[in-house]
Design a protein around this ligand. Structure first.
Ligand code: DHE
Length: 505
């Protein structure tokens, strides 16, 4: 397309400068509009990109250019912004800090400004118009609805007391919001293209996993200043993107998987404990030399060498094992964090989505389940001997799984394909589907969160004119429908800060 556009005389660099740079920045790294680089655009490419340039984007400031630009110009622009940047931009402490925007009108309340139970607040991320709704988890009244950075992704992370929450966008913005005061405190751009964030066990530090640049940014949670930027470089000297970072509260550390080199890192979030406690000296396996030369103190790093790079992952409830998937998506691996090596392989074809894994006790044994992004099935695995106990066939590939300690059921969506409007409810003991909900025929129905006590389940109708449906989690009857703009994830304060076993992280 670029060739024909060039033949027709389109100059994408000049066109970009004239029409796009004011909002998206001359560097294409984003300004008031999002970054226009392939890492940020993701699956929006080719004709889909041309369509947005021509017709604009609803619920955003993006105007339509069809009347000002020819089809060739639009094709040339779409091809230009789909090209990777010639050089990896730097994003140093200085540059991050320059984006820090703390709200001058923020007033910190001494107690919650509402009468609702602060532990039963549920946040709903509405990606349709880039907002978050703050729901009272008992009455389902919307207490506040605030604007977020563009394209929030992944779960917001709460401080251990449940008062503050941090929300990340794909462009690397991190927003801090005070739930008690119902007010934004500020935001900072911690990366240029980011995967997810993790809160430290003590609530003092927030790790931001980046694709661009290849770094892990650690922010101080009190004022969003940079505590450390760690270059993510493998032992052989190769830089890497970060697949995902999570906190391991029992280990007082962050654990991250590297996407481009076969390593898992553990970063101490407590100078006294860190990754070197409990049996680490027994690790006479690969990676030992590096480990012996370990740094000490806060943010000390330990490298664990694995056979192949790991994508997203999930922990056993005791935080001793990490269960991840390889990039090809044809198997799972179990990495023991005590001995620092892989201890098992799981036969999980069809791209297991282990970031959505959950576990529960079944017949006296702990099991875990994961959906698969390419196959209509859930795998149920025994967490003691790592055998696959059962494969539950579903109406199509799913994305998210949720349960609650007080619920007898696992809720599994069918995110992809013709049955994307279905939600399966599965008995945790028999592993049988007991009911398939179809609350909005033809529309995507996905992602579940429970109330604090597990008595209600909140389900998204994942459409721009969507809704959150409140179900009785026992009778499975619909109780309420709250209109929302493409609600994606929902996050209950208590379930998240107490690491409720039915929720992934
Ligand atoms: Fe996500 C969580 C990775 C595509 C919506 N997703 C996560 C997390 C990771 C991840 C690592 C864990 C973050 C956390 O909670 O700390 N997601 C990926 C991918 O690699 C993938 C497949 C490709 C990509 O584009 O990055 C991907 N994710 C999507 C989507 O297309 C979804 C459906 C729509 C969107 O908003 O982009 C999507 N991801 C979500 C949501 C969560 C999430 C709603 C949080 C789930 C939760 O309950 O915690």
């Amino acid at each position: 397309m670029l060739a024909s556009a060039a033949d027709a005389g389109s100059d994408p660099v000049a066109l970009y400068s004239e029409h796009c740079s004011a909002c998206h920045a001359e560097t294409r790294l984003g300004g008031t509009g999002p970054a226009l680089i392939p890492e940020a655009l993701g699956r929006i490419k080719g004709e889909a990109l041309e369509e947005i340039i021509a017709n604009g984007r609803i619920a955003t400031q993006m105007p339509a250019f069809a009347e000002d630009l020819t089809a060739e110009d639009i094709a040339a622009l779409a091809a230009y912004i789909a090209e990777p940047l010639a050089e990896t931009p730097s994003w140093t402490v200085h540059e991050v800090d320059a984006t820090r925007d703390l709200k001058t009108d923020y007033i910190s309340a001494k107690k919650p400004v509402f009468s609702a139970d602060p532990m039963n607040i549920t946040l709903v991320v509405e990606t349709g118009d880039h907002h978050v709704s703050v729901l009272d988890g008992d009455t389902f009244e919307v207490l506040d609805r605030f604007a977020t950075p563009f394209a929030v992704h992944g779960g917001p992370k709460f401080t251990p007391d449940g008062r503050y929450v941090f929300i990340m966008s794909r462009d690397g913005w991190v927003q801090k919001y005070d739930i008690w005061s119902l007010a934004e405190i500020g935001r900072v751009r911690a990366g240029l293209n980011s995967r997810n964030i993790a809160m430290s066990h003590d609530g003092k530090w927030l790790a931001v996993a980046n694709y661009l640049p290849n770094t892990l940014t650690i922010l101080a949670t009190d004022d969003l200043s940079v505590a450390r930027i760690i270059d993510v470089v493998g032992r052989e000297g190769n830089p890497s993107r970060v697949s995902a970072v999570y906190q391991a509260p029992d280990r007082k550390s962050f654990v991250l998987a590297l996407k481009d080199v076969p390593e898992v890192w553990e970063i101490a979030t407590d100078p006294g404990a860190g990754p070197y406690h409990e049996g680490f000296v027994h690790s006479f396996e690969k990676g030992m030399e590096e480990s012996l030369a370990a740094e000490e103190g806060l943010f000390a790093r330990r490298r664990i060498m694995v056979d192949a790079p790991i994508d997203d992952f999930f922990f056993s409830p005791d935080y001793q094992n990490l269960i991840g998937t390889n990039r090809e998506g044809d198997k799972g691996v179990v990495v023991n964090l005590i001995v620092g090596r892989e201890i098992a392989e799981l036969p999980l074809p069809g791209m297991p989505h282990l970031g959505s894994g959950i576990s529960w006790m079944r017949d006296g044994r702990r099991v875990m389940a994961t959906p698969h992004l390419r196959e209509g099935m859930l795998s149920v695995i025994d967490m003691k001997d790592w055998s696959v106990i059962d494969t539950i066939r579903t109406d199509g590939p799913g994305f998210f799984l949720r349960s609650h300690q007080n619920s007898p059921y696992v809720w599994a969506d069918v995110f992809f394909g013709p049955n994307k409007d279905k939600m399966h409810v599965i008995d945790k003991e028999t592993l049988q589907i007991v009911k398939t909900l179809n609350p909005a025929p033809g529309k995507t129905v996905a992602h579940v969160e429970f109330t604090r006590d597990g008595s209600k389940a909140l389900v998204s109708i994942w459409e721009d004119d969507g809704a959150v449906i409140v179900y009785d989690a026992v009778t499975l009857e619909e109780l309420k429908r709250l209109p929302m703009r493409k609600p994606s994830g929902k996050y209950n304060v208590s379930n998240k800060i107490h690491f409720e076993e039915g929720t992934s992280h």
